[in-house]
Design a protein around this ligand. Structure first.
Ligand SMILES: [Zn+2]
Length: 352
């Protein structure tokens, strides 16, 4: 499974922290996939009386089936099978496994997340297989995060080959909400709040008041560099403040190990710092130049060890665009430019 020490992650790297099914509170579990890189996403399990809720599925059915297999003894012992699913947002690594849930299980997500899901089914990725066509198709896959080892579009394709997207038809959520919603999971209240557009257009979080646990989706990349495809960044910062205001005991992000308030503070500091640097750089900064200069500056120290620092290029570009009043929806040409820009920046950073 690539979840304990000495094993390998889905991308084939040595495991850097303990993963698998982690009990994070009363009748609440996180599914953690080291090392939190491209497609190495987390999920959650909330067990109520006679029923359980799954928070997110994984990027393919093989990974999702392995996770459900590990969860089965827990739900069996509690006599609480998974009867509901909540998808935190519309990126494939959080919902492409939806097809493995029983057809009767309702799936909930925010309205913008559902719109993204409809626009980006797995078939987009299977059609990407030939490198030659990657450039054109990548433009239609706006929300895929960059990887630490991503070196241009070819490198990106190599990373994708670790997953199996062929022939899967995940179920799109049938229950939507726009602002807030509440789920009753066998007597346990789960509060859903839409906090986007930030990482994507559809980000929302789940809060368990009885256990003081937050499932933050990709609002928390924990000790992994976040990537902002939508923005504005003020929404992301506000979402982190909302999580903090609830005084959670545990926060589970969409990527990286189980976290808490100090991890929320670290990613918040990054966004506040980066927004200031982008604003002081003037109206139309060159994202590659600015991102490289910022990553090399001593101020970058708190986040230097996070995987995927080259994502800062996308973050710089999206902050500049959205602070200037630009749309949260990113255009095709811009996406391609940013993805190859990350490759170029990765090469520059590796070079010297
Ligand atoms: Zn993700």
């Amino acid at each position: 499974m690539g979840t304990s020490k000495g094993e390998r992650t889905p991308l084939g790297d040595p495991v850097a922290f303990v993963g698998g099914l982690v009990e994070v509170g009363a009748r609440t579990w996180a599914w953690i996939q080291p090392n939190g890189g491209l497609g190495e996403s987390n999920a959650g399990l909330v067990v109520g009386d006679g029923e359980a809720l799954l928070v997110d599925t994984l990027w393919d059915e093989r990974l999702t089936a392995a996770m459900l297999g590990e969860m089965e003894p827990v739900t069996s012992a509690a006599d609480a099978p998974i009867g509901q699913l909540f998808n935190t947002h519309g990126d494939g690594d959080h919902w492409y496994g939806n097809g493995l849930l029983p057809a009767a299980a309702p799936i909930t997500a925010s309205e913008p997340a559902i719109a993204q899901m409809r626009a980006e089914p797995p078939s987009i990725l299977t059609r990407m297989a030939p490198v030659a066509s990657a450039a054109g198709l990548l433009g239609r896959v706006p929300m895929i995060p960059g990887g630490a080892r991503m070196r241009g579009l070819g490198g990106f394709n190599d990373l994708l080959s670790n997953y199996e997207f062929k022939g899967i038809h995940p179920r799109v959520p049938g229950r939507s909400f726009t602002d807030t919603a509440e789920l009753d999971v066998g007597g346990r209240r789960v509060e859903l709040t839409y906090v986007g557009p930030a990482h994507t257009v559809g980000d929302s979080i789940a809060w368990l008041p009885d256990a003081r646990i937050c499932f933050a989706g990709d609002i928390l990349f924990n000790r992994v560099m976040p990537i902002m495809w939508a923005g504005p960044v003020g929404n992301w910062i506000a979402a982190l403040d909302l999580i903090k205001s609830r005084e959670p005991q545990v926060v589970i992000g969409g990527h990286g190990p189980v976290g808490g308030l100090s991890d929320i503070a670290a990613i918040r500091d990054y966004w506040v710092w980066l927004r200031e640097r982008v604003l002081e750089a003037g109206s139309d900064p060159d994202p590659l130049e600015l991102a490289e200069r910022l990553i090399r500056s001593p101020d970058f120290e708190p986040w230097r060890e996070w995987d995927g620092v080259e994502r800062t290029l996308v973050n710089v570009a999206r902050i500049a665009a959205t602070e200037a009043g630009g749309s949260s929806e990113i255009g095709t040409a811009e996406r391609i430019k940013l993805i190859s820009g990350m490759g170029a920046l990765g090469e520059r950073l590796a070079g010297a």
